[in-house]
Ligand binder design. Sequence first.
Ligand SMILES: Nc1ncnc2c1ncn2[C@@H]1O[C@H](COP(=O)(O)OP(=O)(O)O)[C@@H](O)[C@H]1O
Ligand SMILES: [Mg+2]
Length: 230
Amino acid sequence: MPTIVFASPKGGAGKSTSAVVLATELARRGAEVVVIDADPNRPVSQWAGRPGRPETLTVLAETTEASIIDDIEAAAARVPFVIVDLEGTASMTVAYAISRADLVIVPTQGSQLDAAEAAKAIRLIRQQERAFGRRIPYAVLLTRTSAAIRPRTLQHIREEMERNNVPVLNTQMHEREAFRAIFSFGGVLQSLNANQVSGLDAAMKNAQALAVEVVDLLKGAARERTEVTA
Ligand SMILES: Nc1ncnc2c1ncn2[C@@H]1O[C@H](COP(=O)(O)OP(=O)(O)O)[C@@H](O)[C@H]1O
Ligand SMILES: [Mg+2]
């Protein structure tokens, strides 16, 4: 079943945070989710080591360049959602994971320098499409944006991406304390204490919007595939 890969050569772009937020939201809705923690620093495994991981979510940490394709295929045969969190460099592991993706999400903060890093990830996706002779759907996810203000630079980056036919998710990952807090305390947004973490409600709505949009995109991509083969 669908494999969602979080990729961007930029460290700190929001890959691991967004991957865990999406994974926990899907798991909370009852879906079985496997997260493949393909970053040697193992950020997702550290989160999973804290209390409160949903029972329907498992993390696979023992993946390597040699095993990642088999690991993705084995997980995808078993559960409805496989999410891969990658390290922030270009490596064979990153290329292999992208080659097996049903959707690559490229998290990007809203500056021109960050957008240039996103463009590198997109070039790699397009290379993998040619190497493997298949279309690999992808979308940019703007991260750490302000929920209150819409800076001109962000608007400019969005428009530039649209001009270049780079799909950008409507949902942004806003800068929220709650998205950091799940890595400190473990568990899901719903298990955080609203008295201790500000903006929790808004963070939950943000996570829901992300999950809904990603599931819709995957359905659209699956429909396209059936139409092509039919
Ligand atoms: N939406 C967000 N709101 C608040 N903090 C965030 C958000 N996304 C990422 N961060 C913070 O930014 C830093 C980098 O995020 P991370 O997800 O580890 O990026 P990456 O996996 O791309 O290296 C971390 O300190 C994380 O807590
Ligand atoms: Mg990371």
